[in-house]
Design a protein around this ligand. Structure first.
Ligand SMILES: *Cc1c(COP(=O)(O)O)cnc(C)c1O
Length: 423
C-alpha cells in the first residue's frame, strides 16, 4: 500500500516558521479514527479496555486524547506511573506491567491503586514484603519455546526474560489465593510487531485454555485476560496492514469456543497496545542539510538516531517521503544519515528516493510509537519538540524542544557550569 504523509510540503514550510526541524508530529484525526475502530472491534466484550503502553509515546497530550475513549495507561516504571497519576488516571485505570521491578515502584503503584501485573513467581513474596498484596492481581505468563504463526512470523518466548513458567503460574495462583487475593488477571506478550491478523487469536487461545485450567485446578476467579501489545503496523509499503475488525472477530471466536463453555463469559479482555495505537500517526520531519559524494551518496539531515533510534539499533525500516516530490520517480540511491559520530546513525541505507536537494524536507513515517520515546542524548544531541496536527488542521506544541540548559541541568548541584545554567 502506498504510504501517504499526513502533511504537505506547504504545511511543513508553514510550521517551520514557528517550530524549526527536526520535530515529531502527530495526527489527531488519525489517532481518533483508529481508536474508534479498536473499540468497535472489541465491543462484543463487555469489559474490554485498552491500557495504552505509555512507554511507546509518553506524552500527556496524546494520552489524554486516548483517555477520552476510556483508555487506561499501561506503565512499567516510576515516572510512567507518575505521569499516569498526574493526568488523573488512578486505581483500575493503570496497569503496572513491569519487570525486575524496584521495591519503591511497587510501593508507589500500590499507593495510587494501580493494578499490578507480576512478572515473576518470586515477586509474590517481594511485593508482599515491600507493599503488601492487593485484592486484584495479574500474572504474566511465558510458555517457553517458540511461538510461530502460519505466515512464518515467530518469536522466541523461551529466550525472553519475562513471565512465569506454567508450573510457577499454578503454584503462584494457589499461593496468592491463600494469601487473600480475590480477583485474578492473566497476561502474556509473546510476539512483537506482528503484521498478521492471527497473532491475537492465537495468543488468546493459549491464555484462554490456561485460564480455564487455572480456574478448575486452583478455584480462583479470573476477572480479566490481558493480551498486551504486539499488534504491529506496516512499516514497509509492501506490507498488508492488520485488520483490527478481523482481529477482534478472531478473538471473539476463541472466546466463544473456550471461555463461554467453561462459564467464564464474564472475563474482560484487556489490551496494552502501543505501536498499533500511535505508530502510524506520528512522523519525524527533518531537513536535508548536506549532500556528500564519496564511495556512496549521502544525505545529511538535521535529525539523527538520537531522535529516532529504531533504524540504528534494529535496522528497522522507516519509509521516507521527500515532501513536494511525492510523485517524482525514485531514481536516486542514498544513505540518509544523521550527524552522530556513529556509522549506524542512518535512517535509510541504499534507499531509492527522488533526487534530494539541500533544503528538502524529509518525512520519516511511522514514528508515533517507540520513536521520540527511545530518544537519547548521545553526542550531546538534544531531544526535539513534539507537535500535534489537530483535527481542525492547526498545529499545537505538545512538548518543547530541549535546550542546552536541559542537557546540562544535572550539573545544577554545583557551580562548575553556571556560565550555561545561570544565563
Ligand atoms: C512494550 C509493551 C507493550 C506495548 O507494545 P507494542 O509493541 O507497542 O504494542 C505492552 N505491554 C508491555 C508489558 C510492554 O512492555
Amino acid at each position: 500500500m502506498k504510504k501517504t504523509p499526513f502533511l504537505t510540503l506547504e504545511q511543513v514550510q508553514d510550521i517551520v516558521k514557528t517550530y524549526p526541524t527536526p520535530f515529531h508530529i502527530y495526527d489527531e484525526q488519525g489517532i481518533r479514527d483508529n481508536m474508534v475502530r479498536l473499540k468497535e472491534a472489541f465491543s462484543w466484550n463487555k469489559g474490554f479496555r485498552e491500557y495504552f503502553a505509555v512507554k511507546a509515546t509518553p506524552n500527556p497530550f496524546l494520552i489524554n486524547i486516548l483517555r477520552e475513549y476510556g483508555c487506561g495507561c499501561d506503565c512499567s516504571s516510576l515516572t510512567e506511573l507518575m505521569l499516569a497519576d498526574a493526568i488523573g488516571c488512578g486505581g483500575a485505570d493503570i496497569m503496572f506491567s513491569s519487570n525486575a521491578t524496584p521495591a519503591e515502584e511497587f510501593v508507589y503503584a500500590r499507593k495510587i491503586g494501580a493494578v499490578i501485573n507480576l512478572d515473576d513467581f518470586t515477586h509474590i513474596r517481594f511485593l508482599e514484603d515491600c507493599a503488601g498484596l492487593p485484592e486484584t492481581i495479574s500474572c504474566r505468563y511465558n510458555p517457553g519455546g517458540v511461538f510461530q504463526m502460519s505466515n512464518g512470523i515467530m518469536d522466541n518466548p523461551g529466550d525472553a526474560k519475562y513471565g512465569f513458567t506454567t508450573e510457577q503460574l499454578f503454584e503462584g495462583f494457589r499461593i496468592l489465593k491463600e494469601k487473600g487475593v480475590k480477583n485474578f488477571g492473566l497476561h502474556a506478550f509473546l510476539a512483537s510487531n506482528t503484521v498478521t491478523n492471527e497473532y491475537y487469536p492465537m495468543l488468546a487461545r493459549v491464555l484462554f485454555e490456561l485460564a480455564v485450567r487455572l480456574k478448575e485446578e486452583t478455584g480462583v476467579h479470573i476477572g480479566f485476560i490481558n493480551l498486551s501489545g504486539g499488534i504491529g503496523i506496516p512499516y514497509r509499503p509492501d506490507q498488508e496492514p492488520n485488520d483490527i475488525y478481523e482481529i477482534g472477530r478472531g478473538v471473539k471466536e476463541v472466546y466463544d469456543q473456550i471461555l463461554r463453555p467453561a462459564k467464564m463469559d464474564d472475563v474482560a479482555i484487556y489490551t496494552e497496545l502501543g505501536r498499533f495505537m500511535l505508530g502510524p500517526y506520528g512522523a519525524l520531519v527533518t531537513r536535508a542539510i548536506h549532500q556528500k559524494h564519496i564511495y556512496k551518496e549521502y544525505i545529511g539531515c538535521d535529525a539523527c538516531a538520537a531522535n529516532l533510534m529504531r533504524p540504528a539499533i534494529y535496522g528497522a525500516y522507516h519509509h521516507i517521503t521527500v515532501l513536494g516530490k511525492e510523485e517524482a520517480p525514485c531514481d536516486h540511491q542514498y544513505d540518509v544519515t544523521g550527524s552522530l559520530c556513529e556509522n549506524n546513525d542512518k535512517f535509510a541505507v541504499d534507499r531509492m528516493l527522488p533526487q534530494i536537494n539541500v533544503g528538502d524536507y524529509l518525512y520519516i513515517h511511522d514514528t508515533g510509537a517507540h520513536g521520540f520515546s527511545m530518544g537519547y542524548n548521545y553526542n550531546g544531541k538534544l531531544r526535539s519538540a513534539e507537535l500535534l496536527k489537530k483535527a481542525d488542521g492547526t498545529i499545537q506544541l505538545i512538548r518543547r524542544a530541549e535546550t542546552p540548559k536541559d542537557y546540562f541541568a544535572t550539573f545544577d548541584f554545583c557551580d562548575i557550569l553556571d556560565d550555561i545554567l545561570k544565563k
